[in-house]
Design a protein around this ligand. Structure first.
Ligand code: ADP
Ligand code: MG
Length: 600
């Protein structure tokens, strides 16, 4: 399926968001990994202190070349290059290796560890070790079990890594490092099994349970984990396979059938896991239906087949433990009443709650970038207003919205500088007009807070705002009756980035308590719910706009922020500021509809 190549001593490099750049070894700096014990020839010690950087390389659909060769070619390409330690595509355009140019569809840096302080900083070539994973996507869609009841399949099968799941892991936004935790857990569990560790002495089940309110990404996370592991463990397994069990259909009304369905399901799973080079994931979604089936059986409202079927399923799951190449992933929307038999079996029981401010911000940021790519939003309007040429801006404007950590620092600084009473325990602060970009944002935040912290309490309040998971910042931003303004003295692009990012942060703060599923819909609802935006698009669709794409000098700005600018595909895009305002209103509407529904 894929090859993994971990090449100690090799270096990976990337400049900016993708372009790899050749760099000379830099002078030693504080961030240089330390050698332990002073043994100059102790390569292992030195390697231990390098940051492992995962690079995933997806081969083209029709590629038949050796995964190992591609991994080696990529390692050569990366040698001596500097890398920004953050997730994102790796642009191989400047490679001269035909193998890379012709066989690779995409390469990306993945799963940069947010716990490492080096996140978002450049890593010089000797500061890290690339771990290269080469894989090919299967474009075969899911295959349903066609013997389910009343045409409802009781399971479906998907070959991994799957085209359908590509990018899902990266699109999920969780604050709590749950993704790293699951990756490490799964890797250890499969390794223990693979090495034949005696289960009587060291016990583990390879069962994961994710529980929490609906729409928070549990099912998506399980599927994405299966996809991700099939890429990561590709050097060990030829093929991955996800078997999605429809628990509702297994324990539906015809309980007498359930036993048969369970047997057929496990016959299929066993057939798969008996091939040692196939990695099998069994996903049992909404496992609470087991609980209700059992309860119904105990209450006597269902035939006793029900309890037999549930027990059969649990016994069969236990029997799977003897196979090293299988992992069971389960989810439940009900937090109180999960079947205790299941809870006991799960090694990891992780609560997945509504997204935090950071996760909400990043989800909305991704959606705005997508709408910008599609030409629905002309994010470059802000830069057009600042006098930039449209053509030069298109790429930058996608990146105009700052990552959360920078936006949060900017907001904290801005609130302090504007003297948001009650936020920092101070009534006023002078703005220190430093940059909001990159690490400057942290500097700006710190100096802004210090500026406003004449009472001595400002700085620590400011830090609290940034370190307590975003709740205080969310409250401060949502509670600010004004839109936080960037400090004066920024370059036009930086000011535009800060203004838009703070506006987005305010919209994200207003989405407290909404599920990830609702957040994914919100940009659509914002557009549909804003007559001005809809009208503007219908006008653009009806005839040529005053400003068309590609003229480079078009100005669609009307001073009030609603504008028609160059978009993709020839239609007019609305201004980002107008869209973000509509987004904030949509969040307010959603919150009030939700509270009405819950109270009524
Ligand atoms: N934290 C999140 N990050 C990104 N997307 C999310 C998140 N939570 C939910 N979603 C999106 O919401 C939709 C519903 O998610 P799903 O996995 O079905 O939720 P659950 O199984 O918890 O009910 C999916 O499209 C998913 O991508
Ligand atoms: Mg679900």
């Amino acid at each position: 399926m894929e090859a993994e190549l971990s090449l100690p001593g090799h270096a990976v490099g990337e400049g900016g968001d993708g372009a790899a750049t050749q760099q000379q070894p830099a002078p030693l700096s504080q961030s240089q990994p330390m050698r332990l014990g002073g043994a100059a020839d102790d390569e292992d010690d030195f390697e231990d202190h390098k940051v492992p950087v995962s690079v995933e390389v997806c081969l083209r659909e029709n590629s038949v070349c050796s995964h190992r060769q591609v991994a080696e070619a990529l390692a050569r390409y990366l040698e001596g290059r500097t890398l920004w330690y953050r997730n994102g595509p790796l642009d191989l355009c400047d490679s001269e290796d035909p193998l890379l140019l012709q066989q690779v569809a995409a390469a990306a840096i993945c799963d940069a560890d947010p716990r490492l302080h080096r996140l978002h900083s450049p890593l010089l070539f000797w500061q890290y070790t690339p771990r290269i994973y080469v894989y090919q996507l299967s474009d075969e869609g899911p295959a349903d079990d066609d013997e389910g009841e009343e045409g409802v399949p009781s399971y479906r099968e998907l070959l991994l890594p799957a085209l359908d799941l590509a990018g899902q892991w990266e699109a999920l936004q969780f604050d709590s490092a749950i993704q790293q935790r699951l990756l490490s857990y799964a890797t250890s569990a499969l390794l223990f099994a693979d090495r034949g560790v005696d289960g009587n002495l060291v016990s583990w089940n390879r069962v994961v349970l994710l529980y929490g309110p609906p729409g928070t990404g549990k099912t998506s996370l399980c599927k994405a984990l299966a996809h991700k592991l099939s890429i990561r463990l590709g050097g060990r397994y030829r093929q991955g396979c996800l078997v999605e069990v429809n628990a509702h259909s297994l324990f539906s009304k015809f309980f007498s059938e359930s036993g048969k369905l369970v047997s057929r399901l496990f016959a299929k799973i066993t057939e798969l896991v008996e091939e040692p080079d196939v990695l099998v994931f069994v996903l049992i979604d909404e496992v609470e239906s087991l609980t209700s089936a059992r309860k119904a059986a105990v209450a006597g409202s269902e035939p006793s087949d029900a309890i037999r079927a549930v027990n059969a399923l649990l016994t069969q799951l236990d029997a799977l433990r003897r196979f090293p190449n299988v992992m069971v992933l389960t989810t439940s929307n009900i937090t109180q009443a999960i079947d205790v038999a299941f809870v006991d079996r799960a090694d990891i029981k992780a609560y997945i709650g509504p997204p935090t401010l950071a996760a909400r911000y990043e989800m909305l940021r991704a959606s705005i970038q997508e709408l910008s790519r599609a030409g629905v939003i002309a994010v470059d309007v802000a830069l057009l207003a600042a006098g930039c040429r449209a053509a030069a801006c298109v790429d930058d404007t996608r990146r105009l919205l700052l990552p959360y950590h920078e936006a949060a620092a900017a907001a904290a600084a801005s609130l302090a500088a504007q003297g948001a009473a009650g936020v920092f325990g101070c009534s006023n602060g002078s703005s220190n007009g430093s940059s909001f970009g990159g690490s400057h944002a942290r500097g700006a935040a710190a100096s802004g807070a210090a500026g406003g912290g004449g009472d001595g309490g400002g700085s620590s309040s400011h830090e609290q705002l940034l370190t307590n998971g975003g709740a205080a910042l969310a409250a401060a931003v949502a509670g600010a009756s004004f839109l936080p303004l960037p400090p004066p003295g920024l370059a036009p692009e930086q000011a535009a980035a800060a203004v838009l990012s703070l506006q987005l942060l305010q919209a994200a703060a207003g989405c407290e308590g909404l599920s990830g599923r609702t957040l994914r819909k919100l940009p659509f609802l914002a557009h549909a719910g804003s007559p001005a935006l809809v009208q503007q698009h219908s006008a653009a669709a009806a005839g040529p706009t005053a400003s068309g794409p590609g003229d480079g000098g078009s100005r669609g700005v009307d001073g009030g922020g609603s504008a028609v600018g160059p978009g993709g595909g020839g239609g007019g895009g609305c201004s980002a500021r107008a869209f973000l305002e509509a987004l904030r209103e949509a969040a307010e509407r959603e919150q009030s509809d939700r509270s009405q529904l819950l109270s009524g």
